[in-house]
Design a protein around this ligand. Sequence first.
Ligand SMILES: [Zn+2]
Length: 303
Amino acid sequence: MDKRLRWFDEGAPKLRDVLDRLRLGDKLPADKDFYACPCCLLAYPREAVTAGLLTIEDVPPKSVGGRPMLLTCKRCNNTAGSDFDSHAATKADADDFVRGRVTGRPLPMTSYVDGIPLRGTAEWTDSGVQLFGIPKQNDRKVQAAHFEALDAYVESGNPRPNHSFTVNTRFDEARVRISWIRAAYLAAFAALGWSYIFRGIMDPYRKQLQQPESKILPTYILRDPNVSPEARRVLLVEQPDELRCVAVVLGEHTVFLPGLFRPMTCDELVEAFAGQRTEGDQLNVSLDGKEVPWPKRATYFLD
Ligand SMILES: [Zn+2]
């Protein structure tokens, strides 16, 4: 069976149970199954899968190494791609470049010899940075002057030609962060279930996703470049007591979400962690608690 239908059939009865438990059962018609998009909470019937309105979502986004994990609605999935995830992918590419990682993904650059520009791409290879000019992005005369100046340097044997290049990447830091927070929210939903995200304390997260322009969630991601990009964890932090939360590790990014019991709001979490961060963006304390298996699909642990 189509993976999407299977995922719908696994989620729908859990959704019904949780709504009944919250005495919200009458919110959905009783004679049909529904799956709510975890990002906007709109409920969709089973036909929405075949109509393409419920789609498979990669967590984290595929462009930063994610895998298919759950269903979100087409609208939320698509808008996240352009509003947030494209920014996260560009930033990840820029970071990889700065760290000299060979990724096979060339970045746009401008190279200068004696101030004469040449536009093209830059890429790390096993033998170092390689720059390529792209003829259609350059004026022919300027391009010729650039190479002439470069040749003159090579011939002169000058060990330090007046040569530099800049990589041109554009991304919005705030949107990069929302992309990672969104990925963590979805992983926490897939691991813990509807009961986790239906709590009022999670409303600001969804509101932020619907309103990319506004600043609703405070900044609040820990970055540790020493963590493997493949690392994936959901940790229910119990110790220290004042940092109880759900920590979601997505490679070098760790996002702290409200915990299960006596949960702190997003603002309170930021404050609680602010005092524990060192300058190098490490944590001064170690976090202990229960590890929940990383969800390969939604497992609804608490439902
Ligand atoms: Zn949605």
